[in-house]
Design a binder for this molecule. Structure first.
Ligand SMILES: [Zn+2]
Length: 109
């Protein structure tokens, strides 16, 4: 469940552990099964790719984001721009949204 991870695709997060500690970025993808996520420009890893002309792939070294453990990132509120924890809130229509624990701003749009 993505709820447990606390972060979702598109969220702003701050890296609080590992090689890229202190960096901020947008979550590109989450892997709830492994409790990992990839964050823009964080944990860049070099991938060696083989050329595959049929798929128009050029060979060489490509840099891309590697997965980091979800416990190494903290959500950044888009409203108060501080790292925060998520509070779950129910709207009048019964739907569940995530809200910033500091300022109360709704994080789901
Ligand atoms: Zn906030």
């Amino acid at each position: 469940m993505a709820w447990r991870l606390g972060v979702r695709k598109g969220d702003q997060v701050k890296v609080i552990g590992g090689r890229d500690k202190g960096k901020r970025g947008r979550v590109l993808s989450v892997n709830p099964g492994k409790d990992t996520c990839t964050v823009e420009h964080v944990n860049m890893v070099k991938r060696h790719t083989r050329p595959n002309p049929a798929k128009q792939i050029k060979g060489g070294i490509v840099e891309r984001e590697g997965p980091i453990h979800a416990s190494n990132v903290q959500l950044v509120c888009s409203s108060c721009s501080k790292t925060t924890r998520v509070r779950h809130q129910f709207l009048a229509d019964g739907s569940k949204v995530r809200a910033c624990q500091r300022c109360g701003a709704t994080l789901d749009h």
